[in-house]
Design a protein around this ligand. Sequence first.
Ligand code: FES
Length: 110
Amino acid sequence: MSNITQPSNSAPNHKVSTNRCVRVCLHRTCKKQGAAQVLEALAKLPVPDVTLTASSCLGQCGNGPMVLVLPDMVWYSGVRAKEIPLLVEQHLLGGERVKQMLYYRFHPQG
Ligand code: FES
């Protein structure tokens, strides 16, 4: 009976920083539409290597609250605080866009 040791195929254990950032517009219109609650909900669910930033106007007033994920350049519109757990789990942790929350103007195909 042979006892052959297979070479290890495991990759070196080096962590790659994603340097992602989530920007929440807190300017006038988005603020009126509940952006502060969205920012608060995101702050309660911190994600490693993801920075959370309150932003000035993102130029899409009236479609807010607007949330922009960088460097992915994924825009979410009309975001509600209750949707944040899904956004965090599916996009920030899982790497999948949340299609039903995407901003139609920049993501017409979803
Ligand atoms: S006020 Fe939020 S995009 Fe302009």
